[in-house]
Design a protein around this ligand. Sequence first.
Ligand SMILES: [Mg+2]
Length: 303
Amino acid sequence: MSRDMLNTSVGRALKSSTTSKPNSGSSQEQPAIILFTDLDGTLLDSTSYSFEPARPALNLLKALAIPLIICSSKTRLEIERYRGELSNSHPFVAESGGAIFIPKGYFPFEVLSQGVRTGARGDYEVVLLGAEYPRLRLAMEQLRREGFSVRGFGDMTAPEVAKMTGLTLEEAAMAKERDFDEPFILEKAADFEILRERIVRLGFRLTKGAFYHISGESDKGEAVSILSGLYQRALGSIITIGLGDSPNDFSMLECVDYPVLVQKSDGRHDPAVSLPNLMRAEGIGPFGWNEAVITLLRQITLK
Ligand SMILES: [Mg+2]
């Protein structure tokens, strides 16, 4: 590995994650571990939005310098707030895979330029994957004309979004600043499959998390694959962990080495998410997250 690469934050992550393993037993470098996580209902409690129950595992990740990559349907502004609270300076995926935000200088120039097409935006290099928000709003209007009683964040005031989500007014305003994904509710029950077919026919995608979401063809999985590719170019072999709670996490869980599903607030694992190697964490949201991450890190680093 070149000195230049070691000077980047990702290089430092690898260096400390391979030198701080107490039981590696040989001088051979182990693959770097990269962790991708959903926020709502996964790292964050679905009601209080707290990540406190996951604090021990978060501290462990910090100690091992393992990158924590937030991969959420939340907006850039919302995710930046949590990155601040978590002292996290790694890339992140916003609006269900609509865009990847990579802090400038995080990956060596040659890794980024050969890996993906990016555009500079503020302090980030951004990989745009999703459909532009005005197109999603037009699709919502079309669905309404066809009789589907869809109502999106763009149709609601900030107080309405706050009331429905439990967010503060300020947070609700951030949640409404959307670029690539529109969360919505169905005011009258509609056949999910009929709605999905119609949305696909319009050229978009329907997923379900805490809300329904209409987005472009991008998804969390595509964004995670791109980021994994960049880490591989930068670090060589890597091991990936992914954690989620809902069907909109499926594409992300599908493309990681260790997929983890945490329990919903009712204590159940979402029955719609199934994979042969899926680990079903014991614990709701951040409690399950904490247990699963500690267990997996022990298992992987002791191998
Ligand atoms: Mg979720």
